[in-house]
Design a protein around this ligand. Structure first.
Ligand code: ZN
Length: 154
């Protein structure tokens, strides 16, 4: 009972907007920067190190009056899978979404090949996701492969 009340408090009182839940605590600020939340005018609440049965500690972000596109949501999958998004309208969850690894990543991840043209010219990086389960990315320009766990974000 106490657990339920606590859980409700953690996601309470958003009239319209998006609740991003189940973010591993150590990835919270990466998600914040991936979604460019700093540049938003919306009312944003960030919960950090909240208790989670599944993750131990988790983060949660509530953004008022903001509805993300699938492309924006998929950017999150680069840092962590299983992140859930609840779309709230009129205080009720009207849709649940999950961050899914997209087929391509543009301008999100740095190529780890120092000789790659993307590290030497002012241009956007471009990766093909060659294996979603293992999280393998292949640079479109130099074809160097890298693992999702070792990536550097731009
Ligand atoms: Zn490259």
């Amino acid at each position: 009972m106490i657990m339920n009340e606590k859980k409700e408090l953690q996601v309470a009182a958003l009239e319209n907007g998006t609740v991003i839940d189940h973010i591993p605590s150590d990835k919270l600020f990466t998600v914040v920067s991936l979604l460019n939340l700093k540049d938003m005018d919306s009312n944003i609440t960030i919960g950090y190190n909240l208790e989670s049965k599944k993750l131990g500690k988790k983060g949660i972000i509530k953004i008022a009056d903001k509805f993300f596109t699938d492309e924006e949501i998929n950017r999150i999958s680069v840092v962590a899978s299983n992140i859930k998004l609840n779309v709230i309208r009129n205080y009720a969850v009207v849709e649940k979404k999950e961050a899914i690894m997209p087929d391509e990543l543009k301008g999100i991840v740095k190529c780890n090949n120092p000789k790659c043209i993307t590290n030497n010219e002012p241009m956007q990086t471009w990766f093909h996701v060659t294996d979603k389960e293992k999280g393998l990315l292949k640079c479109h320009y130099c074809e160097k492969e890298q693992q999702k766990d070792n990536i550097k974000l731009i």
